[in-house]
Write a protein that binds this ligand. Structure first.
Ligand code: IDC
Length: 342
């Protein structure tokens, strides 16, 4: 057979099944896939609620959720897409994604409707993959949460209304208050929580603590101010953040003591310095992880992006196309934290 005949025959062989299969009338387009929730940790555990000093599932059994925080959506939305979320749910086996929406620095205040829509659609994407979605009201500077109270009321009311049917949410209402006393954070929470409860009676609410959610330690205080004067509302937890290369025993011990008295959630931490950059201290980070495992303190780590700093898990240039499941694309902190989640 000549080379040309071979080519012709193979072209026919390829075309033939297509010709035979072609229907006389074009089939209607396939319906879009149903937006049913995939089986995952959020289905296995259902609606969360605070019970005592722990976070519990729908059967009132204590659970520890582990996962990642996005970077600021105004900068790194390109790291939150179908492939990266598939990797987080599948390859990493995460239970939860924290959706970090800054208010200032080019965040929510510049486009409230746009950011609300973006968070809402990420909630849907996270839900489809069977994970919990932790909605982070990422106030930071100014450090007084009252600066953004009216915005927070608007935002959480809309999210609560739109996601009425979700049983996989957590609301973090003040990322890192700073320069204000605990009493002011507490009264902010007590003004905002009833507004949230009017549209969403069930989602646990996580309240930031004094001095960048250090339980006051970075201001020379400690957890006792919260223990003595907790937020007057049900289904509430408290935030603690740490960066292992900056925050040593004094911080670790405050978290440990606090977790025996009040419900704690570590919504942000890094293995490096508080800048989210610099050398990793995996030894200290492991001590925190052991404590959090022992006391079933849930956590999300900072951050799931390809920012140049050492605390961003992916090498620069990984987003948006990935691959997100290749270990070579992970920085040392990324490899370490992926192993701890898996
Ligand atoms: C940092 C980001 C950095 C960004 C900066 C802007 O890593 O890219 O320029 O915010 O504010 C926090 C904050 C969190 C910080 C993070 C690391 O909640 O916004 O991210 N950090 O510094 N508290 C302690 C550390």
């Amino acid at each position: 057979m000549s080379r040309r005949t071979v080519l012709l025959l193979s072209a026919l062989a390829l075309a033939a099944p297509l010709l035979v299969a072609a229907p006389a009338i074009a089939a209607p387009p396939a319906p879009p896939p149903a937006r049913t929730a995939a089986p995952g940790p959020a289905q296995a555990n259902g609606q969360l609620a605070v019970c005592g000093v722990r976070l519990c599932n729908a059967d009132r059994a204590a659970v520890q959720l582990r996962g990642m925080s996005t970077h600021g959506l105004q900068w790194y939305a390109q790291c939150v897409n179908d492939a990266s979320l598939d990797a987080l749910a599948g390859d990493w086996g995460a239970d939860v994604m924290r959706i970090s929406m800054y208010i200032q620095e080019g965040g929510y205040e510049t486009d409230p409707q746009g950011f609300t829509n973006r968070v809402s659609s990420i909630i849907d994407e996270v839900t489809e993959r069977g994970m919990y979605a932790l909605v982070d009201w990422h106030m930071l500077d100014p450090g007084d949460p009252y600066h953004n109270l009216e915005r927070a009321k608007t935002f959480f009311t809309e999210i609560g209304r739109r996601h009425n049917g979700n049983t996989n949410l957590l609301y973090e209402i003040a990322n890192e208050p700073n320069g204000v006393a605990w009493s002011r954070i507490k009264s902010y929470a007590e003004e905002l929580i009833p507004v949230i409860r009017a549209v969403d009676p069930e989602t646990p609410v996580i309240v930031g603590t004094r001095a960048w959610s250090s339980l006051g330690v970075s201001d020379g205080a400690d957890e006792s101010e919260v223990v003595a004067n907790p937020v007057n509302a049900a289904n509430v937890m408290y935030t603690f953040h740490f960066y292992a290369a900056s925050h040593g025993d004094e911080y670790l011990n405050a978290l440990s003591r606090a977790a025996d008295r009040i419900p704690m959630f570590v919504t942000e931490f890094g293995t490096q310095e508080y800048t989210g950059d610099g050398p990793d201290d995996f030894g200290m980070a492991q001590r925190y992880l052991d404590l959090m495992a022992a006391k079933q303190i849930s956590w999300t780590s900072w951050n799931y992006s390809d920012d140049f700093r050492s605390g961003a898990v992916f090498e620069p240039g990984t987003c948006p196309s990935g691959p997100f499941t290749t270990p070579e694309r992970l920085k040392p902190a990324g490899e370490w934290i992926r192993d701890r989640i898996r």
